[in-house]
Design a protein around this ligand. Sequence first.
Ligand SMILES: Cc1ncc(COP(=O)(O)O)c(C=O)c1O
Length: 339
Amino acid sequence: MSQKLFETISLHSNENPLGPSPMALEAIKKYSQDVHCYGSWKPQTLKEKLASKYQVSPNNIAVSAGSYELINLIIHFLVNRDEEILTFDNTFMAYSYNAKRNGRKCVISNMSGLECDLEDLIPLCGKNTKAIFFANPNNPTGTIVTHDSLRNLLETIPSNVLVVADEAYYEYVTNESYPDSVQLLKEFPNLIILRTFSKIYGLAGARVGYGIASESLVETMEEKRLLRSINILGKKAAEAALDDVEYIRRSVSQNSRGKEYLLKELRQLGFAVNDSQANFLYLPFHDNNQKNSVYQTLAKEGLMVCDLEIFGQNNSLRITISLNEINQRIIDCLTQIKK
Ligand SMILES: Cc1ncc(COP(=O)(O)O)c(C=O)c1O
């Protein structure tokens, strides 16, 4: 076996291929001396930094051990046993998965294409609906919900229904009709915005996410969050990464270069790939065999993409946009299949 079979490249979890921000790494090194200590109860400095970035009060910021912790916490503590959550079929599986784990009913709206159409949720919103979850950009399809459609949903549904806009990839978005959700929050206190340090900030393993929401929802989320669930290295790395403007700029430009290259080459090879507002591309296939063959061919080269069977989508793959040389390896490999 050749050496390269042992070197796998992660293209399945939408991590930043540039690695962590150099400033975050510095902070981790510096504070690693302090890991014998618990650190403060509340991540107050991080809350303040985020508050100043978004021009809200620190009381509007709930920091968590990854946004995943907040998704679980919202479902567990803000949705009662007899209430339901509402989401889409081809979206981030954490919403339906956590509903199931917590014994909450999850009503699913079937998407007719790659977009999460919030209008489709309105007739499904019943007396037991407590929270609506959607990812924007959507994972795995890379499409966005617009400002107008989010506003329309918020204006139409009852104000006691929580609307959770999971904006894990928001730093990559270039489409101008993307929502200014922090602005909408001022009008609609039932909106909860989720963001994370796991994607563009390159800190997936450090587990830091946050929510932006009304003071009363933040208070509840903080009260229910496991005491000390955020570790000091993650907290310090996140604070430093927020200041690493140059790294964020490089990450955005690397992603947009990689996206243009992959879109062009994949389309030339005949793949029906859609544009994406995030750091991954969605690849649909005619059938399961065709998808499996592409997956296996890439895997043999150590290129590990995401088989969306785990999302309940049997005929599609999701590929994280990577560094130029890796993107090129993906194309070289797929060119062999098409020959
Ligand atoms: C839409 C979406 N939300 C949340 C997450 C999880 O983020 P975190 O690492 O902050 O828990 C992911 C990770 O893939 C994601 O795609």
